[in-house]
Design a protein around this ligand. Structure first.
Ligand code: 2AM
Ligand code: CA
Length: 257
């Protein structure tokens, strides 16, 4: 199925005022441990779902804030996280993004990540490269862990992962230049894709957190696998390790232990 990426990005841009609506961001519900949803999340999802339905009525829609049990991944599917980085949104930390991917028969075809605070629109098309606001982007060329800046994901929604996480963070921290943690998996992946960081890893991400960013990193020349170097399945929660392709092996040697 052929998708008009420019049209979809035009739709995505229209959510900006919703992200900036402090009143709606303050209307919070708790979904689980360190897992929140606000009225902004619901409104952004509704706007995008309606818009995509008008443009492509036959494509299924998967969104974080709805029941997705009927999705058939052998067919075409949109995968949306209306707000990735909801905790940041609640704190007005200004580091949240919309993440939208299109996949067909489990193959990612299009990935879009939009950061409304900076007006940065990242997108990637399978086989067509990765872009930031219309300019091509590439992963960094840093080729040693020692000189690399590496983003970590703390998995705050599952404290059972903390021991393993903090062991990995210490090991990586001692071997790299420094670590970062920004609170939005989608933006972490976008930052690897455009070379701001050299790698990023998090123990459990769901399809809407990583699908668009995975295609971005791959199309920008990087690698995305689980901690054992295995490919990810966009229909299920996954361990995610993204890297610039030069330090990936060194990172996986630590994470895969
Ligand atoms: P969210 O802001 O859309 O909830 C933080 O570590 C990252 O993990 C964010 O991208 C966050 O997305 C995501 N996240 C939050 N809860 C999660 C969960 N239960 N499983 C996987 N990822 C989650
Ligand atoms: Ca979300």
């Amino acid at each position: 199925m052929k998708i008009d990426a420019a049209k979809v990005m035009e739709l995505v841009r229209t959510v900006k005022p919703l992200f900036l609506d402090h009143e709606q961001a303050a209307r919070i519900e708790v979904k689980g441990l360190a897992d929140f949803v606000t009225q902004v999340d619901f409104k952004v999802q509704e706007m995008i779902q309606d818009g995509l339905m008008q443009l492509y009525p036959d494509i299924q829609f998967m969104g974080e804030e709805k029941d997705n049990s009927d999705i058939d991944f052998t067919g075409p599917v949109w995968i949306l996280d209306p707000v990735d980085g909801t905790t940041n949104l609640i704190h007005d930390y200004r580091n949240s993004a919309l993440s939208l991917a299109f996949c067909d028969n489990r193959q990612l075809e299009l990935g879009i990540i939009y950061q409304p605070y900076t007006d940065e629109m990242f997108h990637a098309v399978r086989g067509g490269g990765a872009w930031l606001n219309g300019r091509p982007i590439h992963v960094s060329r840093v080729d040693t862990m020692e000189r690399s800046l590496i983003a970590i994901g703390t998995s705050p929604y599952d404290h059972g992962l903390a021991d393993r996480n903090f062991r990995d963070f210490k090991e990586v921290f001692l071997r790299c230049s420094d670590i970062r943690r920004n609170g939005s998996a989608a933006l972490e992946l976008a930052h690897v894709a455009c070379g701001r960081t050299d790698a990023y890893f998090e123990q459990v991400l769901r399809p809407w957190d990583f699908a668009a960013g995975m295609l971005l990193v791959q199309e920008a020349g990087g690698t995305v696998t689980d901690y054992d170097g295995e490919p990810l399945d966009v229909s299920t929660p996954c361990q995610v390790a993204a890297a610039n392709g030069l330090i990936g092996e060194e990172l996986l040697a630590i994470l895969g232990k």
